[in-house]
Design a protein. Structure first.
Length: 145
């Protein structure tokens, strides 16, 4: 089982995903935590901003770097409801984030099965609140069909 802090922060990421859902965006959300405190959060804004790079992870990485006053997210953890895509994985690699906690895997667009690696010191955990995270996206796309 996962530590209660992982489920607590993933719940906060799910709240961000629900914000995206309210804007008719793909419901993916994330938070970045440093020293037990949320320092950044984000959700998909690709439709709202008409920007293919406006993924939840990119929003949060930019916000966290601004908060910390530097581009590296060492000693930070990202909690994200869906496995990041290759673009977001690249940004996570360059940020040198210490840990990424993923709710649901994305076998079609996620970075893991594409062979993309994060920074060598980045720890990756998958499956935290997986069913709830996965249901958000599945239900969203079912409603679009």
């Amino acid at each position: 089982m996962f530590p209660s802090s992982d489920t607590h922060f993933m719940s906060r990421a799910i709240s961000e995903a629900k914000e995206a859902l309210e804007k008719d965006e793909v419901p993916i959300g994330c938070v970045i935590v440093c020293q037990g405190r949320i320092i950044a959060k984000g959700y998909n804004l690709t439709e709202t901003l008409n920007d293919v790079t406006a993924h939840a992870e990119m929003q949060a990485i930019t916000s966290a770097a601004s908060f910390l006053g530097g581009k590296y997210l060492i000693n930070c953890t990202m909690y994200v409801t869906m496995e990041p895509c290759v673009m977001c994985a690249g940004a996570l690699f360059w940020s040198q984030i210490s840990k990424v906690v993923i709710g649901a895997r994305d076998p079609h667009r996620g970075f893991i099965d594409k062979g993309v690696k994060l920074h060598s010191k980045t720890e990756i955990i998958t499956g935290v609140m997986e069913e709830e995270c996965s249901a958000l996206v599945k239900d969203f796309f079912k409603s679009k069909r």
